[in-house]
Design a protein around this ligand. Structure first.
Ligand SMILES: Nc1ncnc2c1ncn2[C@@H]1O[C@H](COP(=O)(O)OP(=O)(O)OP(=O)(O)O)[C@@H](O)[C@H]1O
Ligand code: SF4
Ligand SMILES: [Mg+2]
Length: 335
């Protein structure tokens, strides 16, 4: 069982508890199912209304699968998901549809997110039509308003996705999410395809829009530098598990898990001075473990420079090191 983070449940617009997503392990010529691999493994989280929760972890750790399961695009294997306090398992098909319409997803791949043969106007109109807004004048008013919010001129409406820059396309993708006034935005690495100068602009824009629309945001990233400005809370994900969870400031000032420290060190803009402060952390060579053959002990033991006999053989529990700060490591506070 996951440790409950000490927060007011009624503030959570979306939450999950002990979420498990398994995929089958297939072998041989006939792809016989020989077992199950855990891709999202016991994740519990609460997204507070109007706040941003960032999920940070390296490629392949399960971030996108987690978002897809939370959105209901993929079925969970176990655990509970609640939207505005109601369990997904108890929702009718109609209620699930309403829930999904309140959650919009921004993907990393902006070209793939927009239909190449639809003009920007058509791309922005489509979700409004699907949402039953019949009056073309009303649609135009909403589109022009949102376009202004994301900093694009009306002349872009007649263009096609390939006629826009990466930054402009990402603004259109964000505008497409906003036209239907969502409650929650899932942003899956929304800026990783953009160059550095545009990244800051898009993050600033997301922050402004969040305030304006009172959005709750689940933001996925590889890199702790990216989420520093915008996240209220940060979850560090490794091999399908949340290994550290704390308010953003706490993560940057008082990270406890060796993996979080590696991520901090890997973000040059925020790790300045860490070396001087005796910050000594590295990663053993190697990749994420194979989910079909997980380590017996701590999920990070194959790469952790502090791993000892116990780490290799026992799984650490999630432990609260202070009121809102959870760490999953035997040596939290020591390393
Ligand atoms: N449908 C599927 N069947 C089997 N395995 C899958 C499936 N979808 C994803 N996986 C595996 O789940 C793991 C996590 O994938 P996921 O896409 O969530 O990673 P990620 O953290 O989003 O990585 P990235 O940062 O590169 O986007 C990967 O090992 C992937 O191969
Ligand atoms: S439990 Fe051991 S292997 Fe795992 S992160 Fe902590 S020190 Fe490293
Ligand atoms: Mg992903």
């Amino acid at each position: 069982m996951a440790v409950e983070i000490n927060e007011k449940k009624e503030d959570a617009v979306l939450s999950c508890s002990d979420l498990l997503k398994q995929y089958p392990i297939k072998k041989g010529l006939f792809h016989k199912v020989v077992g199950q691999k855990n891709i999202v493994d016991g994740v519990s989280l609460e997204l507070e209304r109007g706040k941003t929760l960032a999920i940070v972890g390296e490629s392949g750790c399960g971030k996108t699968v987690l978002l897809r399961v939370l959105l209901g695009i993929e079925n969970k294997t176990d655990g509970t998901i609640c939207f505005n306090g109601k369990s997904l398992d108890k929702m009718s098909a109609q209620e699930k549809h309403v829930m999904q319409s309140k959650i919009q997803m921004i993907f990393q791949d902006t070209l793939g997110s927009l239909h190449p043969r639809m003009s920007i106007r058509e791309s922005l109109e489509e979700p409004l039509i699907l949402n039953g807004i019949q009056d073309p004048k009303e649609r135009e008013k909403i589109i022009l308003n949102v376009l202004e919010q994301v900093g694009l001129a009306p002349m872009f409406l007649e263009r096609y996705p390939h006629q826009l820059s990466g930054g402009q396309r990402q603004r259109v993708v964000i505008a497409r999410c906003l036209v239907v006034t969502p409650e929650i935005i899932f942003a899956d690495e929304p800026i990783s395809a953009l160059d550095v100068s545009l990244q800051a602009q898009v993050i600033n824009m997301l922050m402004d829009l969040q305030e304006e629309y009172h959005l709750s945001m689940l933001l996925v990233a590889h890199d702790l530098a990216v989420v520093r400005q915008i996240a209220d809370k940060i979850m560090i994900m490794y091999f399908g598990k949340i290994v550290e969870y704390a308010p953003s400031k706490e993560i940057y000032k008082n990270a406890q898990h060796p993996y979080t420290k590696v991520l901090l060190k890997a973000a040059p803009s925020i790790s300045k001075g860490l070396e001087d402060a005796g910050f000594d952390i590295a990663l053993k060579p190697g990749d994420l473990p194979d989910p079909a053959n997980p380590p017996k002990g701590c999920p990070f033991c194959t790469r952790c420079i502090y791993a000892d006999e116990r780490c290799m053989n026992e799984k650490p529990e999630q432990t609260m090191v202070s009121e809102n700060h959870m760490v999953m490591c035997f040596k939290a506070g020591e390393v």
